[in-house]
Design a protein around this ligand. Structure first.
Ligand code: FAD
Length: 357
């Protein structure tokens, strides 16, 4: 019998495994994916240094670290060009992660703390006599006292427990990683809003350019079907194409991801809790996803260890969501007033969409 089984070995699952195993809990981490594979999402805020130190995890400044300092943001948002320097933010401009290496580092810390990891997907769960019986897709049967849902935006466990996922307006990220360049690469983040979506672009620590267009599902599908249109749009950007050569993306693979905000109406229940994107996920414009995944995992693991109320955890998530919504709405409203197109008006009337389980 495991004290805790955690489904999902992203930043949330890895941090909760580390915190719980360090305190002597028998922790099993289940994820069908191997650690170190590439995932989208790599910009983290300066406050991450403080969080890593609090969690006793390796920082980014060690010699040979694959992660790089972000030098600031240049944005062309709602027609206004702005440069934000890391000197103007109290905790620095943040880091651009080598995401695969970062999750491998977190995975090593979890293993060192005593976590056992199994390459498996949770298929079925059943609660009986205050404990969980879990069946993996491979047919393994496991028992646990507590179950953590760290399965990301899918919230696979929470939804099986009857929690409903509430989504913000639809938003799909259509992205490509270009060929690494030998030219001097910028350490800035580039943002640009357009009438029917917005761009994020940056150079990854290995010098590959990354460009992401965030659009409505209909436009995203069209762009996925016609990658030349995506490239043509990148070429036509007023600001990004002056910092990044669109030719570096010629005939590179185009991928897409759901990028909506979402949260659960119930992030925890008897013997289970969700953390990370499963509990609360953000628009990529916020660059808060990885930080929140790790911070919420720390919160729920500490609550389990201290035996404190799960309602406090739920309340903290509500507070984080309220602050996030305020900031996001300010940005989207300013672009909405400037472009007045259907993409932006969808965010104006953002009555949440409920997905039934
Ligand atoms: C386009 C885009 C750009 C982004 N950019 C940024 C950024 O720049 N900065 C930032 O901070 N965040 C960014 N994010 C968000 C960030 O990637 C997520 O917030 C973060 O990965 C959440 O971590 P997590 O551990 O909650 O979930 P995930 O990282 O999604 O991990 C979930 C894990 O659960 C596993 N899993 C799923 N189902 C099961 C199951 N049934 N059983 C077992 N395991 C399962 C999966 O294999 C996966 O490994 C971006 C997101 C998108 C879509």
């Amino acid at each position: 019998m495991w004290d805790v089984i955690i489904a999902g070995a992203g930043p949330a699952g890895l941090v909760s495994a580390t915190v719980l195993a360090r305190s002597g809990r028998r922790v099993l981490l289940l994820d069908p994916q191997a650690s170190g594979r590439h995932k989208i999402g790599e910009s983290v805020p300066g406050a991450m240094a403080r969080l890593l130190a609090k969690l006793g995890l390796p920082g980014f400044e060690s010699p040979g670290s694959p992660h790089r300092r972000i030098g600031g943001i240049i944005s062309l948002w709602a027609g206004e060009l702005r440069t934000e320097d890391h000197l103007t933010t109290p905790e620095g401009g943040g880091w651009r992660l080598d995401r695969g290496a970062f999750e491998k580092e977190l995975s090593e810390s979890a293993a060192l703390a005593g976590t056992i990891r199994m390459p498996a997907r949770v298929a079925r769960i059943n609660r009986r006599n205050q404990s969980w019986q879990i069946e993996t897709e491979g047919g393994d049967r496991l028992d646990a006292g507590f179950l953590i849902d760290a399965t990301g935006r899918n919230a696979a466990i929470a939804r099986r427990q009857g929690a409903r996922q509430i989504h913000g307006p639809p938003l799909v990220a259509v992205w490509s990683m270009g060929r690494a360049t030998r030219d001097v690469v910028s350490n800035r983040t580039f943002i640009e809003s357009t009438a029917d979506g917005w761009w994020y672009a940056a150079y990854l620590p290995d010098r590959r350019p990354l460009a992401i267009f965030h659009a409505s599902p209909a436009l995203a599908t069209e762009l996925r079907d016609h990658p030349k249109q995506w490239l043509e749009r990148l070429r036509k950007t007023e600001h990004i194409a002056t910092h990044m050569d669109p030719d570096a993306f010629y005939r590179t693979a185009l991928k897409s991801n759901d990028a909506r905000s979402s949260h659960l109406d119930q992030p925890c229940g008897p013997g289970w809790a969700a953390c990370g994107d499963a509990a609360l996920s953000f628009d990529p414009l916020s660059s808060q996803g990885i930080f929140n995944a790790m911070a919420s995992a720390d919160m729920i693991s500490t609550a389990i260890l201290q035996g404190t109320s799960m309602e406090d955890y739920s309340g903290s998530l509500d507070e984080i969501r309220a602050i996030y919504h305020k900031r996001r709405n300010l940005l989207y409203d300013s672009a909405g007033r400037y472009f007045a197109s259907s993409f932006w008006t969808a965010f104006e009337t953002s009555s949440p969409i409920v997905r039934e389980t």
